[in-house]
Every structure is written in structure tokens, then in C-alpha cells.
Design a protein around this ligand. Structure first.
Ligand SMILES: Nc1ncnc2c1ncn2[C@@H]1O[C@H](COP(=O)(O)OP(=O)(O)O)[C@@H](O)[C@H]1O
Ligand SMILES: [Mg+2]
Length: 212
């Protein structure tokens, strides 16, 4: 399966969720490659930090911030079980290419009515991609949900009848994600039983039910 984390907005959790999804699959024995399609290369930085800390390699990270991504991805996919694409901010050509490569698009959004989750740009690009790939699946993922889940619940309700729909699994606002990122780790490597680690496992399980 090729999963792309896309949203032209920065800071919504594309890189965080891409790394953790790839990591979750890898720790369950799947062969995974993460494509860093962001010219800033944050996922590559993470894997470099991981190497510096002498932590075991969980999955390969390749930098491929090119409009030809959709041509390269199927070749890379042949050698692994899953490809996870960490999407670029604001780059329409690259975003189009990622949309053409993916089987499933995950759009991370913050649980705020002001976040503009129903972001016009990504939705219109998605509509375009579906002309060529009608089977392309897409879901919103609520990230950084606060302890007070009222807003999250309201956002989820607003998105319930939406296309793309929102995943039931949500990710909380948790410092573990920032701590893990800094040291080239995953939240499950800091504490396997933490709420953050459990949320990632649930997210992964729900994704597998959509596109096994
Ligand atoms: N659920 C979360 N809880 C706390 N911090 C988070 C969470 N998700 C992301 N972050 C932090 O927010 C920042 C932006 O996340 P990132 O994944 O880099 O977003 P994007 O790739 O969409 O720009 C990072 O510093 C990251 O550690
Ligand atoms: Mg990023």
C-alpha cells in the first residue's frame, strides 16, 4: 500500500504521522520505505539523528522531492510491503505527483474550526487526481487534539458527512511526539504503553481496515 500524508499547511503533523505510521508497520515486521517528498527533508533529518544515536534502522528513508515521484514510487513499492510518503508544503506539482502515486491519502488537520481543515487546495487537487484514479481513498486525521475533546468532537461531527471522511482514530496533543522527534525515536521507543504509542497503534489498525 502507498499512503501519502498530505496537506499544504505546515505544522499539522504530516512528518510526525508519516514517521510513526512507517515505524508502526516496521516494528510489526513489515518492510517499509518512507519517501521524504518535502524539500526541507525533516524525515531525512530524523533518520540521520537516529543513525547518530546508533539506534537500529527500522525503515529506509529516501528523499524524493520531485514531480516524478509517481513514476518512481511504484518501482520502490515493488521491494517493500508499504510506502509512506511525507508530503510537501505548498508545492502543487509535487502534491499532484504524490496524489497520483498514492492508494490512500491521509490529510492531517488540527481540531480547530479555524484551521481551515476543509482546505480548498488539497480538496481540489484530490478531485483532480480522482479523475484519473477514481479508486483513490482519502481520510482526514485529527492531530493534536487537546484533553478537552469538545472541539475535537465538534470537528469530527462536522467532518462526519464530509468527503473525505474523518478517521475515528485521533492523535492527542502530546509532548512525547516532540521528545521522540528530537532524538530520532518513535513514541513507542520512549514508552511502549504511553497514550501516544497506543493512539498510533489504533491509527495504524484503522488504516489497515480501509486499505488492507
Ligand atoms: N500530536 C502531537 N502532539 C504534540 N506535538 C506534535 C504533534 N504532532 C506534531 N507535533 C509537533 O508539531 C510540529 C510540527 O509537526 P510536523 O509533523 O513536522 O508537521 P508538518 O510535517 O505537517 O509540517 C513538530 O515539532 C512536531 O513534533
Ligand atoms: Mg513535514
Amino acid at each position: 500500500m502507498i499512503v501519502a500524508l498530505l496537506n499544504q499547511k505546515g505544522g499539522v503533523g504530516k512528518t510526525t504521522l508519516a514517521l510513526h505510521l512507517a515505524g508502526e508497520w516496521a516494528t510489526r515486521g513489515k518492510r517499509v520505505t518512507l519517501i521524504d517528498a518535502d524539500p526541507q527533508g525533516s524525515a531525512l533529518d530524523w533518520s540521520q539523528q537516529r543513525a547518530r544515536e546508533a539506534l537500529p534502522r527500522l525503515f529506509g528513508v529516501v528523499g524524493l522531492a520531485r514531480d516524478t515521484l509517481h513514476r518512481e514510487a511504484p518501482e520502490l513499492a515493488r521491494h517493500v510491503d508499504h510506502i509512506v510518503i511525507d508530503g510537501p508544503p505548498r508545492v502543487a506539482g509535487l502534491m499532484r505527483s504524490a496524489l497520483l502515486a498514492a492508494d490512500l491519502v491521509l490529510i492531517p488537520v488540527l481540531p480547530s474550526p479555524f484551521d481551515g481543515w476543509a482546505s480548498a487546495e488539497i480538496l481540489s487537487l484530490l478531485g483532480e487526481a480522482r479523475i484519473y484514479r477514481p479508486q483513490l481513498a482519502a481520510r482526514f486525521v485529527l492531530n493534536r487534539c487537546g484533553a478537552r475533546t469538545v472541539i475535537a468532537r465538534e470537528t469530527a461531527e462536522t467532518l462526519a458527512d464530509h468527503d473525505p471522511p474523518v478517521l475515528a482514530a485521533t492523535i492527542g496533543q502530546r509532548v512525547a511526539f516532540a521528545d521522540a522527534a528530537q532524538s530520532g525515536r518513535l513514541v513507542s521507543e520512549l514508552d511502549q504503553d504511553s497514550p501516544a504509542a497506543r493512539e498510533i497503534a489504533e491509527l495504524c489498525a484503522e488504516i489497515e481496515r480501509i486499505a488492507p
